[in-house]
Each structure stands twice: as C-alpha cells, then as structure tokens.
Design a protein around this ligand. Sequence first.
Ligand code: ADP
Length: 515
Amino acid sequence: MIQVQTSAAMAALRAMESVVGARHVFSTDEDRRDYSDHFAPDEMERLHEPSGAVAPATVEEIQAIVRIANENKVPLWPISRGKNFGYGGPAPVLKGSIVLDLSRMKKIEVDPAGGTVLVEPGVSFFDLYDYRQQRNLPFWISVPGNSWGSVAGNALDRGVGYTPYGDHAARICGLEVVLPDGDIVRTGMGAISQGPTWQLYKTGFGPGWDTMFCQSNLGIVTKLGLWLMPEPEAVLGLNIDADKPEDLKWLVDVLGPLRKAGILQQSPSIGNWLRAAATMTTRQEWAEPGNPLSDAAVQAIRDKFQIGWWGVALRVYGPLEIAEPTLGLIRKAFDKQPVWKMAETRWVRGDPPEGSPATGVPVTYPLANANWFGGRGGHISFSPVLPVDGDLALRYFRRNSELHAQFGFDYHPSFAIQDRSMNNINQLLFDQDNPQMVENLDKLFRTLVREAAADGYAEYRTHVGYMDVVADTFDFNNHALRRLNERVKDALDPNGILAPGKSGIWPASARGGRP
Ligand code: ADP
C-alpha cells in the first residue's frame, strides 16, 4: 500500500491556493474531518481521512490542479457533492488524498426540444428540481431515496431512483472529462467541436466511453449529459403490503415477469418493515439496548405504523388510456396472492405535486434511518446483485437475517426488481458509539461478501473501506477484469494521481507486486 506524504500533500495544497484562492483550499483538522465519512466508524473514518480539499470553479482550474497533483505525485479524489452516504460520503479510499470538491460548479443547461440536461458536478437534485419548477419545464428528474447529493456524482456511482428513468447511469448521454494528464475530452457526439447531438445520441462513432468513467478513477467528469423524463399525463400506483416474511417469494415471482416484459416501467423496491419504520422511530422505544427485538415488538411497530412485513410501491406512468389498463393488468397479477393490504394511488397532471421520489421530487428523510440504534448513527450498504427468483430471495433473506442476528444487527433489506436482475440493497445500521457493534460490523460485512461470492454473487457498489474486498470477488481468469482496468489506469494515469483504489483499481506504484 502506498502512503501519501503529508509534506507533499501540504505543498500541493499551498500551490493550489494560487489557482483557486486560499479560501477555496481546506486543510485544517476541522476541514479534514468535514471531508470524512461521518456515517463510518471512527476508526474507519481516520483510515480514509483526506489531507485536505480544494474546490475549483472552472475546468481550467481543474487542469491546473491536476498539473500540481502530477508534479507533487499527490492523489486527488474527485467528488461532486460528496453525499455518497453508505458508500463513503466525500472520503477517499487512500488516506491523505486531496479531495477535489466540484460542488461550486453548478451550471445547468436544458435542451427543452431534446428533453435533456447538461449538468456540472455541483448541481444537486434539489437545484435541478428547483430549476425545473421555476421554469415549469415539462420534464421530470429521477432522484435517489436520499436526494441530498448531486445529479452527476450519483449517476457516475450508478445510483438508482424510482421512476422509469431510475437507472441513472443508463440515462447518461455524453460527458466532458479532464483526464489525469490534464487533457479534456468530450465523449460521444460531443467529440464534434460544434453540434447539437451530444446529449441526443449516446455512443458517437467508434468505442463508447461513457461507462468507462462510471465507478472508475480514469477521469474527472466536468459536465454530464442526462436524459430527462417527459412529464407523464398520469402516475397510477399500487402500494402493496405483505404480512409474513415468506411472502417475499411470491412478491418477487409476481413482479419479476412484469418488469421483464416492460409492463412495469420502473424498478420496484421491496423493503421490509424496518426500512419503513427506521425513518419514523428508534429501536430504544421497542427493546432494551443489547436485547434482540422480539416478534411481539416487531408486531407492535407494524401495528403502530400500519406497515406490512414487506412493502412495495408500484407505479405506472403515461397517458391515462395506457396507464389505467396497465394498472389493471398489474392488479390482476396479484389476484391469487395473499396480499395483506393494497392501496391505489393516483396523480394526474394538474394535481398538486405528489411529493415523493416516485414523481421525481427530492427528499432527505430516509437518512433518518441512521438513528435507529441511537448514539451517533452510522450505516454502510451491502448490495449484491442476484437473479430475479423468489426462492433465492427468500433463501438469501433468511440466511442474511440469521447472520445479522448472530452479529447483533437488525436486518434492513430491500430487493429492487430490475429488468433482468435483483439488487439486494441491505443497510447495515449501527451505533458508532457502541465498540462491540463497530467490531462486529466489519465481521458481518466480510461474512456477507464472502458468502455471496461463494454462491457466485457480487456487489454492484461498495463503501470506500471495502473496495478491495469486493474487487477481489471478481476473480475470473486470475482477476482479468482488474488487470484490464489497471492496464488502462497505467496508460492514462502513470503517476497514479486520480482516486487510487477506487473500485479496487490501483496504480502500478501501489499494487505491492500484484500484477
Ligand atoms: P453525491 O454527492 O451525488 O452523492 P459524490 O460526489 O459523493 O456523489 O460522488 C460519488 C462518487 O462518484 C465519488 O466518491 C467519486 O468516486 C465519484 N465521482 C463523483 N463526482 C465525480 C466526478 N465529477 N468525476 C469523477 N468521479 C466522480
């Protein structure tokens, strides 16, 4: 493992002051803490503490910063708004890296004819939502469950939302990127110096590079094109609750084919009672600290908040002429199932905003779940990708429930049904002030990764503290994928100045003899 020399990092930060002005360089102890991951255990936070941060406002400033990083051989960790909570927030993989904070870059360019937007990294979901509202644009954005972050950073880290445009990385169309040597490239049709099709056609001519800059450390994205969803005439929905843990099987088996056939256009996420409850109450109201939550306590929570053991929100978007019969078809698919509760939702253009991520409205309340255990709340996510299969979901749910209980955690799973896969996103909630829990967190996380890998399943995204652990599970042909990633890394970033360790990709100097 390489170490960042503090003296080199400080020299680089001082040199960066002449580029952006001293007030946009942050290098006090307090600044370092600000740019750490406040949802990670203290020890982990220190392991990923940056040397400081620099916040440029222009592409030219970024190029100058990249030059300084190369001269001083000091790594930069680019963030857009740094709200990647559960996965590290603003914190780098490699301690001592300088956070390149792009949150001052806030330009928004909408093409109303094309239904697209070009955002700079600092544009938050709230910024884009406000922009849309102020101009009454007939387009919706897709926002993640906790929408504090940036449009660009979330798409680049393959975040997800709840509308038909919820696969954010899939809606990227054209990037502007500063490469580790300071060169600027525009991908796809943006490679033409002048032209209107950059945000309209994804791949351009020859190889397509947009995905190469997602979850990678090969470039600093300074502009990101995204398709916007034309505002539908109506959003009709069913909120379905199921009463028993084993109901997960039929929920998955009913929803999978509807999603695969495109009858369901969005990816519904089946969450357990804790996902719903953890934003509304805390554990200490229901159990003594350190004691397991009894079935009676779970039932009491469910009774109080009127929630199922599982709950899922289904939404259909489009003209009423299509949405109404489609919803009828979906409702019929549940006819023979022991649904506990089914409630219809209806929004038609002209109604007041429905106010949830299902209609592209950003929210932050889900982050309240970090308070579940009390103390200073923390959370990290374990997110394996599985085939869409009810039996498998149930088996996984049962085994992971047991593992959580064994290590003293409450299980907070969700299963998002995507076109062809199921993302099992599990929030590992914990109390940072409980040392036993912090110790067990690491053990639980590693056990979950190991057991999933033994069955051939791996994570789609992970916390900065576990990027190597997860990358290790992609082991086909002696980790050929990592070898490819690192060959590209060496070619583009010979000094290893950009986000070393991101997604388990290290520069040659840090591989410790690994090929
Ligand atoms: P958000 O604030 O939207 O939640 P972050 O800024 O925390 O997103 O970014 C998530 C991750 O994506 C970061 O840790 C970083 O690895 C990567 N990333 C974010 N912005 C950029 C960018 N502009 N260029 C390259 N990588 C980025």
